[in-house]
Design a protein. Structure first.
Ligand code: ATP
Ligand code: MG
Length: 582
């Protein structure tokens, strides 16, 4: 069987111009940051990275590199209850696997708690922040809504002295969680809800992984983020579109402060979303906690560690992210497009091997008793430098159950009594007979072989209609092979306010425990991806190389989707023309 054609990669208009690069170039031209370009990737260490983060990582690092700048990794560790050190360590590891390592050591927002506090006092002194004693619910109600007036807090006009003193006591842990907050004093009638006296500090009397019991108050995202950017000298603070409405607050905070560098600018881009996929750490965490998957690194997870175990090459993920480009509107990409990148890369790099997943025994009745021959097989037709290997052939083989049928349906060209087929890199064989068990199931196929056809062609020029793969029974290596289906049956899990877990595919994994591999696969290294001929690409498990995960099948489903879309467009066009004529 031949490899399907490599997918087209010019199917969609890649983001026409990279609008962020244009902004950076404009700043460079204008000398806004004295020629500096400094970005950052700011994950919260409350889970592991997913495929969406790959886009944010690549965007930040690639733009910095392209402009001779730097990119920081900064942990946004401002929620002590949900954050854990092993997540932070895992994030560094996963980024390195993807191909990105920050030049400097990882930074932590918690390193800046002292400076953030001092700046909060500055706001208080300027009459721009106050401690509010109202509870969260009251504050939220008073915020009003779009077209609805906000209500000013009765605590809004406290003196700077009183505010400083209360904030100090909040910090010392004198008050209960949720009993007080520090708010910026901006505008309770603003059309932008984020400017209606947003909360800057909340009380959480919880120990923090890095700062221990030093703090009983923690900054909100809006207070921590822009100020951390400013401390690090970030020039372009890239984030996803949902932060668009936070930008005026981002700017407001920075405008009130004495900064060590020029003020950074926030620029938003579209999230990466994929069909049949959930990219929310909270929801992924739930899958893990509920035991719906084996862990954050389950090969069905869209986490970087899941994709890694699944066998996704990091280069293919990078190529995919680059291909979809940067846009200012959200959209969801077909997961088949990502898979086509995986397939293209693996087609180039993966060694071809033979493996039988659901074995059926074949006995070659005219094979010399006990004889074993070594046959040459090509390692990768796409890469001549990969050379060949030797595969043992003997009188008893395994083939796929599907490759033999006693009563073949029409157009079935594989093995059936009286039919001759080619064994990959081997001989022509003809099925003579089949042995069945009491239930009528075929348990063994008796075949003859033609010694003249070694290597797969007949000297008399006769043709066969199919080639099947096989493994010598005496030499086979036993393995377990996991086949995967979509984790979510719905293309848009969670759309229209539904719970994404409603469309969780309860049959997303099929475990085949009786697979037979050609002997060279005994030496596969953990994580190595090979092509099982005719079946797909499979990754040896990272911990147990006798377990394989199907990375992706061989069929280019993306090409089919494109063809279908083209046909639909054509039909629509024709219908329109018919209508115009009539
Ligand atoms: P959650 O998944 O829990 O909603 P999050 O994805 O926002 O959280 P963070 O750790 O805060 O998690 O994300 C770090 C950075 O990655 C942020 O700048 C965020 O904008 C970006 N990011 C997160 N998800 C995506 C995505 N799907 N596509 C592109 N960038 C993303
Ligand atoms: Mg976030």
């Amino acid at each position: 069987m031949t490899e399907p054609p490599a997918p087209e990669t010019t199917d969609e208009p890649a983001a026409s111009s990279n609008f962020i690069q244009d902004r950076i170039q404009a700043d460079l031209d204008a000398g806004t940051y004295g020629g500096r370009v400094h970005t950052r990737f700011p994950p919260e260490p409350n889970g592991y990275l997913h495929i969406g983060h790959a886009k944010a990582i690549a965007t930040n690092f690639e733009l910095a590199a392209r402009n001779g700048g730097r990119c920081n990794l900064r942990f946004d560790d401002t929620n002590p209850e949900t954050e854990e050190q092993h997540f932070a360590d895992g994030i560094v590891e996963d980024m390195a696997w993807l191909g990105y390592v920050a030049e400097d050591d990882p930074k932590y927002a918690s390193d800046y708690f002292g400076q953030l506090y001092a700046w909060a006092e500055d706001l208080i002194d300027q009459g721009l922040a106050y401690v509010d004693d109202q509870d969260a619910e009251t504050i939220s109600q008073q915020r009003g809504g779009y077209g609805q007036p906000g209500v000013e807090s009765p605590n809004r006009d406290r003196s700077p002295e009183e505010n400083r003193e209360l904030l100090r006591r909040m910090r010392e842990g004198e008050f209960d969680d949720g009993s007080r907050v520090l708010r910026a004093k901006i505008d309770m009638q603003s059309d932008n809800m984020h400017l209606r006296d947003p909360v800057l500090y909340r009380i959480r009397r919880a120990p923090h992984v890095r700062t221990g019991d030093d703090w009983a108050i923690y900054p909100t995202y809006d207070w921590a983020h822009g100020q951390s950017d400013a401390i690090e000298g970030i020039t372009h603070s890239l984030c996803t579109l949902e932060f668009d409405s936070h930008r005026p607050l981002y700017d407001w905070c920075l405008q009130q402060l004495e900064l060590p560098f020029e003020r950074p600018e926030q620029i938003e881009f579209a999230r990466l979303e994929l069909t049949h996929t959930v990219t929310s750490k909270r929801k992924l965490r739930k899958l893990v906690e509920d035991g719906d998957v084996d862990g954050w690194d389950d090969p069905r997870m869209p986490t970087l560690r899941g994709l890694r175990r699944r066998g996704y090459p990091p280069a293919a993920i990078r190529a995919f992210v680059d291909h979809i480009g940067l846009a200012r509107t959200n959209s969801t990409h077909d997961i088949e497009l990502l898979e086509s990148f995986i397939r293209t890369e693996l087609n180039r790099t993966a060694l071809r091997r033979m493996a039988v997943l659901r074995p059926l025994k074949v006995t070659i009745t005219n094979w010399p008793d006990g004889e074993v021959v070594l046959l040459d097989a090509v390692n990768n037709p796409e890469d001549p430098s990969a050379g060949t290997r030797q595969v043992p052939f003997s009188g008893q083989l395994w083939i796929e159950q599907d490759d033999f049928k006693l009563d073949p349906p029409p157009k079935y060209f594989r093995l059936t009594p009286g039919r001759e087929v080619r064994l990959r890199a081997g001989f022509f064989i003809t099925a003579q007979n089949a042995v069945t068990d009491d239930d009528g199931r075929v348990v063994e196929v008796l075949c003859t072989y033609d010694p003249e056809t070694v290597g797969g062609s007949a000297p008399d020029g006769r043709k066969v209609k199919s080639t099947i793969h096989w493994v010598s029974a005496a030499h086979a290596v036993d393995a377990t092979v996991n086949l995967y289906d979509r984790l979510f049956t719905d293309a848009h899990p969670g759309a229209d306010g539904r719970d994404p877990l409603d469309s969780l595919n309860r049959h997303s994994r099929e475990v085949l425990t009786d697979a037979k591999l050609e002997p060279s696969l005994a030496e596969v290294s953990p994580g190595q991806v090979v092509q099982f001929e005719r079946l797909g690409y499979f990754a040896a498990d990272l911990d147990d190389p006798r377990v394989f995960h199907r990375t992706v099948g061989l069929r280019d489903e993306w090409a089919n989707i494109q063809k279908r879309n083209q046909n639909q467009a054509k039909q629509k066009q024709q219908a329109k023309q018919r209508k115009q004529r009539s």
